[in-house]
Design a protein around this ligand. Structure first.
Ligand code: FAD
Length: 437
C-alpha cells in the first residue's frame, strides 16, 4: 500500500517515528511538506531557515531513493488531494501542541475519516510525549521540579534509525522548492539536518563546561541547537541520549522544553492568556518605550545588547532573554504579549510553547513559583557579563567605557559620558519596578 507522511516541524530522517514506522509498514511512502500561506511572512528568519531545512531534507530523502514532495496551500486540503492522486490509504503525522497545530490535526482527522484514510499520530517533537507524565490528580505538571524528577525517571522510547530505502509511488509530481526569501538577520544560522548533527558533534566536547559556563554571556558556550530543535532537524531524544546524564544541567534544559510543551498541550491559550489563575495584570501601553526596547536603545546597556543580538543573529543568549524580558515587563511595565510578538518575529527558535511559556514565567503570570521576583538588570549584567565584553560587542557606542563601568554609563564622569553617543536609561533599577508599584 501507499502512505503519506505529512511533515511539519520534524524535518529530518534520523529518529523520526512517523517516517520510520511508515517506511517499515508501507511499500510506497510520500514524504510531503505543504507550504501554508497562512504561516508565511511571520518571520523572515524562520522562513529562510525552513527553506534551507527543506532543501536538505530533499537531498537526504533522494539519497534513499525517495524525494520530498512539496505543495503550496492548505495542508489538510493538499494532503487529501495528494492521497487521491497517489492512491494512499494512510497518513502519518508528528503530534504537535500549539493551538494552530491542534486545529490542523482536528481538521485532518475529520477529512481523513470522510475519505476513508487512516490517520496516525506519532511522537517525536519532544523527548517525552506531552501528557505521558501526569501528577497524581492533575492533567499536567504545573511546576517544573516535580516534572523534572518524573521525566528523568521515566522510560523513554527507543531511538530509531533513518529508513534505508524510501520508494515513491510512480508518476508523483514532486514540486519545486521556492528560493528562500531575502531579508532577515545578517548573522542568522542556516537550517538543515546535516548542520544540526554537525553542531551537536562539535558542541558535545563542551558539555562538561556547560554547568559552570552556560550563563557567561560573552563566553557564548551554550549549544545553539534551539533553531534545529525548533524545526526538528535533530531529534530532542537523540540530543538527550548523546548528552547522557539525565540529571545534568544540559539535559535539564531539554526538560524545560518538554515541560512547556506539556503545559501548552493542556493550556493552548498560553500565547494570549495568563496561565496562573489570579495573576495580576496591570500593564502600561507605551509605544515609545516598546519601540526603544525593540530597537535596542533603552539606554540600559545589557538590555540593548540582548535586543541587538536578537536582530543581528535571530537568536539571543538565554540570560539576555531573561534580562530583556524582565526589563520590558517589570521595569517598563509593558504587556508581555508585546514582547512575545517581537521575539516571535526575530527568533529562529521562536515557538509558541517555549516563547510564551518563558515570557509568562518572567512576567509573573506563568509557572514561576515566585512570580513577584524581578531581575535587576545592572546586577545581572555585573554577574553574567563581569568584564562587559558582551555589551561592548553588541553596543559599539559604548566601546570606550571601561570594564564593568559599561553597565551603568549614566554614572560615568561627564566628560566621558558626553563622548558616548548613547541615550540615558528609560528606567533605572533601584527604583521600584513599575509593575510592583
Ligand atoms: P542551551 O542552553 O544549549 O539548551 C539546550 C536546549 O534546551 C535549547 O536548545 C532549548 O531547546 C532547551 N532550552 C534551554 N533553555 C530553555 C528554556 N528556558 N525553556 C525551554 N527550553 C529551553 N527557547 C526556544 O526554543 N524558543 C523560544 O521561542 C524561546 N523563547 C524564550 C523567551 C524568553 C523570554 C526566555 C527567557 C527564554 C526563551 N527560550 C526559548 C528558552 C531559551 O532561552 C532558549 O531555548 C536557549 O537560549 C536556546 O539556546 P541554546 O540552544 O544554546 O540553549
Amino acid at each position: 500500500g501507499t502512505a503519506i507522511v505529512l511533515l511539519t516541524r520534524d524535518l529530518r530522517v534520523h529518529d523520526h517515528p512517523a517516517l520510520a514506522t511508515t517506511c517499515a509498514a508501507f511499500d510506497r511512502v510520500v514524504p510531503l511538506y505543504v507550504l501554508d500561506p497562512a504561516l508565511a511572512g511571520r518571520s523572515a528568519n524562520r522562513t529562510r531557515f525552513l527553506h534551507q531545512a527543506l532543501a536538505e531534507l530533499r537531498t537526504e530523502l533522494r539519497e534513499r531513493g525517495g524525494d520530498l514532495v512539496v505543495r503550496h496551500g492548505d495542508p489538510v486540503a493538499e494532503t487529501i488531494r495528494l492521497a487521491g492522486e497517489v492512491g494512499a490509504t494512510a497518513v502519518a503525522l508528528s503530534a504537535d501542541v500549539s493551538r494552530h497545530a491542534r486545529r490542523r490535526e482536528r481538521l485532518l482527522r475529520a477529512e481523513c475519516e470522510r475519505h476513508r484514510l487512516h490517520l496516525r499520530l506519532f511522537p517525536g517533537l519532544t523527548v517525552v510525549e506531552p501528557g505521558a507524565l501526569r501528577p497524581g490528580g492533575g492533567d499536567h505538571y504545573r511546576v517544573f521540579s516535580p516534572y523534572h524528577r518524573a521525566w528523568a525517571a521515566s522510560r523513554w522510547r527507543a531511538e530509531l534509525a533513518a529508513p534505508h530505502r524510501i520508494a515513491l509511488p510512480d508518476g508523483v509530481r514532486v514540486g519545486r522548492l521556492p528560493a528562500p526569501p531575502p531579508g532577515g538577520s545578517p548573522e542568522a544560522a542556516a537550517g538543515g539536518e546535516r548542520l544540526a548533527r554537525q553542531r551537536l558533534t562539535d558542541w558535545l566536547p563542551d558539555l562538561d563546561r556547560y554547568g559552570d559556563q552556560h550563563d557567561d554571556m560573552a563566553g557564548d558556550d551554550t549549544s545553539r541547537l534551539s533553531p534545529y530543535l525548533r524545526f526538528g532537524c535533530v531529534s530532542p531524544l537523540a540530543v538527550a541520549n548523546r548528552a547522557g546524564d539525565r540529571s545534568g544541567p544540559f539535559v535539564r534544559q531539554l526538560c524545560w522544553r518538554d515541560f512547556y510543551y506539556q503545559v501548552t498541550a493542556a493550556f493552548p491559550e498560553i500565547s494570549t492568556t495568563a496561565y496562573r489563575g489570579g495573576a495580576t495584570e496591570r500593564w502600561r501601553y507605551d509605544d515609545d518605550a516598546l519601540a526603544a526596547w525593540t530597537e535596542g536603545r533603552t539606554g540600559m546597556p545589557i538590555v540593548d545588547a540582548g535586543m541587538r543580538q536578537l536582530r543581528t543573529q535571530g537568536w539571543m543568549h538565554n540570560r539576555a532573554r531573561l534580562i530583556t524580558a524582565g526589563y520590558l515587563t517589570k521595569h517598563l511595565g509593558q504587556d508581555w504579549r508585546a514582547g512575545v510578538a517581537v521575539f516571535f518575529q526575530w527568533l529562529l527558535d521562536g515557538d509558541v510553547a517555549n516563547n510564551s511559556g518563558n515570557w509568562q514565567w518572567v512576567a509573573g503570570t506563568g509557572n514561576d513559583t515566585k512570580p513577584y521576583r524581578g531581575f535587576n538588570p545592572v546586577r545581572q549584567a555585573e554577574r553574567y557579563d563581569p568584564a562587559g565584553d558582551y555589551v561592548r560587542r553588541w553596543v559599539p557606542e559604548l566601546a570606550g567605557a571601561p570594564g564593568k563601568a559599561v553597565h551603568q554609563p549614566w554614572r560615568l564622569p561627564d566628560e566621558l559620558r558626553r563622548t558616548l553617543d548613547y541615550p540615558p536609561p528609560l528606567a533605572v533599577p533601584g527604583t521600584d519596578p513599575v509593575w510592583l508599584r
